[in-house]
Ligand binder design. Structure first.
Ligand SMILES: Nc1nc2c(ncn2[C@@H]2O[C@H](COP(=O)(O)OP(=O)(O)OP(=O)(O)O)[C@@H](O)[C@H]2O)c(=O)[nH]1
Ligand SMILES: [Mg+2]
Ligand SMILES: [Zn+2]
Ligand SMILES: [Zn+2]
Length: 370
């Protein structure tokens, strides 16, 4: 207690050092601090008031970087999740669908609700992610390189009270980082942009099967293929290096204990290469059953591993298993069909999108596993 980690700059701070921003925009007596946007440390932290206008203040910001902190930064358990992947691997479309599924199907089945923290997250999700996909039926467009604010949510679980126990809600704070692929292009930029990697509770690494040479050969002429860019294992190798450097873990032989989900996107586009009886052709069972289903996970994990083996050999599996203590392989589709030249999606039918995420929650015992 008393300490927290800023979701933006990852500085560890004492809650007593937190600063406030005044939001007094009264028409008759607006606060002079309002213009400059300057933050300050109140004289009495128990009853914080603005030192310029005397009004009570509630908006807290990080004293290091000025980021507006979630209201419950000092009370909720925090689970930062990094979603990483090479350029055009499908990160932004994945985030768009994942958040919508968490709000709806997952919320219903796991008795939880997803609430955005702050207006920035609400407006960024709506304009950059939700509107293009769910209203205009077009892909989310390529992300700009550079520093972006994370999307921050609270996932609130309603727990039933036992006979003599009051029902209490568990709150976990989720932070999603959707980085532009360019930020992963060199070791250098990865160090600056992805300071957060070593601090996360889970990593979802998205890989585009359409970048595997073997898959490209087999699909050549059958579907519209994206341009060839980063090598599939390159992002993973760099991630491993960055985590070792950031966690000041000079012992490369020690496995990383952050769970990593290796998720292949765009499975709809490779369906002609997959056995018709494969579990990858259907949605998973977790949401329907209301718990993390080990049997379904086992089938997906095995199926995906053997596909990767046949498409790209043992290299990827070796890299993952020698460096990570906990890992799983997943195959999913955010869109359900290949978008056309104008980025329009003809048949929007996401599947297996929440699997990597639910697996991470299960790893931390936040949801039940059977
Ligand atoms: N067939 C198919 N194509 C997809 C799917 N998801 C994404 N794509 C395609 O992949 C392209 C890139 O997706 P994005 O979500 O923008 O990828 P990104 O990783 O965010 O890319 P950057 O922001 O540029 O790093 C999209 O424009 C789509 O054409 C999917 O589920 N199925
Ligand atoms: Mg993007
Ligand atoms: Zn900060
Ligand atoms: Zn004020």
């Amino acid at each position: 207690m008393g300490k927290y980690i800023c979701p933006k700059c990852f500085a560890e701070q004492d809650i007593r050092d937190v600063e406030y921003k005044c939001t007094n925009t009264s028409r008759t007596h607006p606060c002079p601090r309002q213009k400059s946007g300057e933050s300050f440390r109140p004289k009495d932290p128990k009853h914080p008031v603005c030192d310029a206008c005397g009004q009570p203040v509630t908006v807290r910001v990080c004293p290091k970087c000025g980021f507006e902190l979630p209201m419950n930064i000092d009370t909720a358990d925090s689970y930062p999740i990094a979603i990483i992947g090479a350029k055009e691997s499908g990160k932004s479309n994945y985030v768009a669908v994942l958040i919508n599924e968490l709000k709806n199907a997952v919320g219903r089945s796991f008795s939880c609700s997803l609430m955005a923290c702050g207006d920035k997250t609400i407006s960024r999700y709506r304009t950059d992610f939700y509107n293009p996909l769910y209203r205009n039926k077009t892909c989310v467009r390529g992300s700009d390189a550079g520093d972006v604010d994370p999307l921050i949510y609270n996932l609130i679980f309603q727990r039933k009270g036992g006979l003599f126990h009051k029902a209490v809600n568990d709150v976990i704070s989720l932070t999603f980082y959707d980085t532009a692929g360019e930020n992963l292009n060199s070791q250098d930029s990865m160090m600056t942009f992805n300071k957060y990697l070593a601090h996360t509770s889970g990593i979802i690494l998205l890989l585009d099967p359409l970048q595997l040479p073997e898959v490209r050969t087999q699909l050549n002429g059958r579907i519209r293929l994206p341009d060839e860019n980063t090598d599939v294992t390159e992002v993973l190798s760099r991630t491993i290096e960055v985590i070792h450097q950031q966690s000041h873990n000079s012992n490369m032989a020690k496995k990383i204990d952050i769970p990593i989900a290796i998720a292949f996107t765009k499975i709809d586009a490779v369906q002609s290469l997959i056995d018709p009886s494969s579990c990858l052709n259907n949605d998973s069972t977790h949401v329907k059953l209301g718990y993390f289903d080990k049997v379904d996970f086992g089938a997906e994990n095995d199926e995906m591993q053997s596909l990767v083996d046949s498409w790209a050999g043992q290299e990827l599996y070796q890299l993952v298993s020698t460096n990570f203590e906990h890992f799983g392989f997943f195959g999913l589709s955010a869109l359900g069909s290949n978008p056309d030249i104008n980025n329009m999606i003809s048949k929007f039918r996401p599947f297996r999108v929440t699997d990597p995420f639910l697996w991470l929650l299960a790893q931390h015992n936040i949801i039940r596993t059977k």
